[in-house]
Write a protein that binds this ligand. Structure first.
Ligand code: SF4
Ligand code: FES
Length: 361
């Protein structure tokens, strides 16, 4: 089977973060700081990625600004020929650091939004005063002229703020906005009862996004990730396993997606031990769910299998207990009814409290 080159690499530079968002996609067990790859190793990984054919590098975390060497990493990635996108809460970014990043050649900033006012944002981020710092840094980012994407993760607690969030993105002159209804992996899985949108909220979010897309045509592009559990067909997760992207964790493990470590039958290679191209082409985890040979019925004979590749392997693991099963979101899955009932039950739980992400020291 010929494997095309990946388009994008997500480099999770660190799991450290000043925020504690209860839907963080980082694993529950996180690598400690002293196991983070050092600067020279990351720079080597970036060069290997460019050699492999990667075009876009997403610098993420945790909070990537927690790395003091961030500007050096951006410079090295640019020198390797990669387009660099910083995915940040902006907390910890000062004007001086933004100047350094601009000089280093940073191409794009993706700013996360936890809420549109201090009460909501600080509650969700678990950091008193965080919203104020974020808004100050957002002003510097806009003034510096970085192309900006505003990234709003929405859920039952903040979905009523979606129209305000879209207005904020326009006011910040964002070129793009990503509205993502929370997906249940990582810490979000622990918080399904507190975050699950109601069916009515999910439908209203789709209506708001459709209206805004029409109104803002030519001004701002809106990408939209709908409420997964309430859908009839699953998402094309990662654009298909091992087809378009790869993730590197802070300690150098190379994953086909951010939640792949929840699949206990997989083993992962590390950039300390094996070249990136070899991992991409020949690594066992990357080949586990490539193509269609691994599929079971009903996916195996379904005419949508090239559209969604059977959905999300990590969700199949989490709900069906089998990573090769049809994603239970799919209406053809025997577990579709179970996931829909689960969604309604979680959404009706008005006693659930948030379990906040715990950051490594
Ligand atoms: Fe997708 Fe499988 Fe459902 Fe078909 S049966 S729509 S391939 S998840
Ligand atoms: Fe792993 Fe969807 S998150 S395949």
């Amino acid at each position: 089977m010929t494997v095309p080159a990946p388009i994008a690499m997500l480099a999770e530079l660190t799991y450290r973060c000043p925020l504690s968002c209860p839907y963080c996609s980082n694993p529950i067990e996180m690598a400690q700081k002293d196991r983070e790859l050092p600067t020279d190793l990351w720079l080597d990984v970036f060069r290997q990625a460019a050699g492999l054919g990667v075009l876009q590098l997403h610098l993420s975390g945790g909070e990537p600004a927690s790395r003091r060497d961030l500007a050096d990493l951006v410079r090295g990635a640019r020198d390797a020929g990669l387009y660099t996108n910083l995915i940040t809460s902006a907390i910890g970014l000062t004007q001086r650091r933004l100047d350094e990043l601009e000089t280093a050649g940073l191409d794009h900033v993706q700013l996360s939004l936890q809420g549109t006012d201090a009460a909501m944002a600080d509650h969700i981020g678990g950091y008193a005063g965080g919203f104020k710092r974020k808004m100050q840094a957002a002003e510097w980012i806009v003034d510096a002229g970085f192309p900006l994407t505003l990234n709003a993760v929405v859920h039952r607690q903040n979905l009523h703020q979606l129209p305000d969030a879209i207005d904020m993105a326009v006011a910040m002159k964002a070129r793009r906005m990503e509205v993502a209804i929370v997906q249940f992996h990582g810490w979000a899985m622990q918080n399904r009862a507190a975050l699950m949108p109601t069916r009515a909220q999910a439908a209203e979010a789709s209506r708001i996004v459709a209206e805004a897309r029409k109104r803002l045509e030519g001004i701002m592009v809106i990408d939209y990730v709908p409420a997964d559990y309430h859908e009839d067909y699953p998402k094309r997760c990662m654009g298909g396993w091992g087809t378009t992207g790869l993730n590197v964790t802070p300690d150098g493990q190379v994953l086909p997606c951010h939640a792949a470590q929840t699949i206990p039958t997989l083993t992962f290679d590390n950039v300390r031990d094996r070249p990136l191209a070899d991992i991409w082409h020949n690594g066992s985890a990357f080949n586990a769910y490539r193509g269609e040979d691994w599929m079971q019925e009903p996916c195996r004979s379904c005419d949508r299998r090239k559209l969604d590749f059977g959905g999300c392997r990590c969700q199949a693991m989490a709900i069906a207990g089998d990573p090769a099963a049809t994603d239970p979101v799919c209406i053809k899955s025997p577990l579709h009814g179970k996931i829909q009932n689960m969604a309604d039950e979680f959404a009706a739980d008005d006693t659930a409290t948030l379990t906040y992400r715990v950051s490594p020291r």
